[in-house]
Ligand binder design. Structure first.
Ligand SMILES: Nc1nc2c(ncn2[C@@H]2O[C@H](COP(=O)(O)OP(=O)(O)OP(=O)(O)O)[C@@H](O)[C@H]2O)c(=O)[nH]1
Length: 193
């Protein structure tokens, strides 16, 4: 997909702030600092639309991006950041649960993991949570450029087995550095629109 226009619509913390209308939505979730902003920017051909940072745990709002008036990307704040208080974590949980479980426009969730590492307990919990609510998930295994090609399959197998990936949930090897997997990721997303 050739994206012409992508812009932030709103940073929301509650349903009253979600955009009105019927554009289908694809949510993006992942552990803090996993490379979610880089994924979004690469998919949208933008350098800095979604903020990338070396300071994890910064984004605490649901950020809605309008893409060519065809769909919304909904950037969900990263999870698993240790230096967040219990109260903040609970508020985060409530906010994303409210969104993920009540949003009719939500078509699928892109769950981003780091292909170099075995998925964490938080990754597993997130995947299970999404499946519990019957959501379709696309796994993006990012940072492929950081491991040698010969090891890709072995790592993908570990991700798949650790998450106990359900049949029908696609897993795509990706790199924000090389744009590897970008077309495949767009095709997967488009299949839900
Ligand atoms: N080599 C390589 N580095 C990447 C890739 N994706 C992200 N990074 C780097 O990983 C770091 C974190 O990336 P971000 O995109 O900011 O991560 P994030 O998940 O949005 O982080 P939070 O907003 O804190 O949740 C940055 O230094 C990126 O440059 C990739 O595919 N390859």
């Amino acid at each position: 997909m050739k994206v012409k226009n992508a812009e932030i619509v709103i940073s929301a913390v509650k349903p009253a702030q979600y955009p009105v209308g019927h554009l289908p939505e694809i949510a993006l979730a992942g552990r803090s600092n996993v490379g979610k902003s880089s994924f979004i920017n690469k998919m949208l051909n933008r350098k800095n639309l979604a903020r990338t940072s070396s300071k994890p745990g910064k984004t605490q709002t649901l950020n809605f991006y309008n893409i060519d008036d065809i769909l919304h990307f909904v950037d969900v704040p990263g999870y698993g950041y240790a230096r967040v208080s219990k109260t903040e974590r609970a508020a985060w949980g409530k906010m994303i649960e409210t969104y993920l479980t009540n949003r009719e426009q939500l078509k699928a969730v892109v769950l981003i993991v780091d292909v170099r590492h075995k998925p964490t307990q938080d990754d597993i919990m997130m995947y299970d949570f999404l499946k519990h609510f019957g959501l379709s998930v696309i796994i993006i295994a990012t940072k492929a450029d950081k491991i040698p090609k010969g090891k890709w399959q072995k790592h993908l197998k570990i991700v798949k087995e650790t998450l106990e990936l359900e049949e029908g949930d696609e897993m795509i090897l990706f790199s924000s550095e090389t744009a590897q997997g970008k077309d495949t990721a767009w095709n997967a997303i488009k299949s839900f629109l």
